[in-house]
Design a protein around this ligand. Structure first.
Ligand code: GRF
Length: 195
């Protein structure tokens, strides 16, 4: 299977995914694309010899469709079977999602359906939750919704800042996403719940 990975920032999840696709893994990364030409993850992708693309979304302003049309040129050229959103921070239009529905994954830093959207860690702390975590789900037109393909949990500790919790969750993201992608690449959609 051919996997395209979309990033916006540091790309630590992309690195974990790329590093996992070796040996007898049924998938290979064929593209890393970003909406920010300055994304730190692009430099990391360059080191791995993977084709990269950067389409700055800012010149398009509110023209989401225009941005996505440009991004699609790069994605379609890579002919991916699966799209992985990994720290990708742009909301995709229903038209884009429908092109890839059923073969597009995202990782979200909360135990969905709790805390869709932003500032997930602060919200868990403010709510006094004992646990937090991350979710890999299939992307549908509804933001941070869609069938859950995996989750990993971490404790929320007394005195945790949002950054403390984010760091603890990120470690689990780097375990969960590769595990889900490997199973998903073999056609198995059974969800994975990491201990
Ligand atoms: C992570 O918290 C991830 O859950 C969210 O984006 C953040 C940065 O991810 N989707 P990455 O380091 O760019 O992969």
């Amino acid at each position: 299977k051919r996997v395209a990975i979309l990033i916006s920032g540091g790309g630590s999840n992309m690195v974990a995914l790329v590093n996992s696709m070796t040996g007898d893994h049924p998938a290979r990364a064929v593209l890393v694309a970003s909406n920010d030409p300055g994304a730190g993850g692009l430099a990391k992708a360059a080191a791995s010899g993977i084709t990269m693309a950067a389409v700055d979304h800012r010149p398009f302003g509110r023209d989401r469709a225009g941005f996505e049309a440009e991004l699609l040129k790069h994605i379609e050229a890579a002919e991916p079977d699966i799209l992985c959103l990994a720290g990708f921070m742009r909301v995709l239009t229903p038209a884009f999602v429908s092109r890839f529905e059923g073969r597009m994954l995202n990782i979200h830093p909360s135990l969905l359906p709790k805390y869709p959207g932003l500032h997930t860690h602060q919200r868990a702390i403010d709510a006094g939750d004992a646990e937090a975590g991350c979710t890999v789900h299939e992307v549908t037109a509804v933001l941070d919704d869609g069938p859950i393909l995996g989750q990993a949990r971490v404790p929320v500790l007394a005195g945790d800042s949002a950054d403390d919790l984010a760091a603890r969750v990120l470690v689990q993201e780097h375990r969960l996403y590769p595990a889900v992608l490997r199973r998903y690449s073999s056609g198995d959609r059974t969800p994975i719940f990491l201990p």
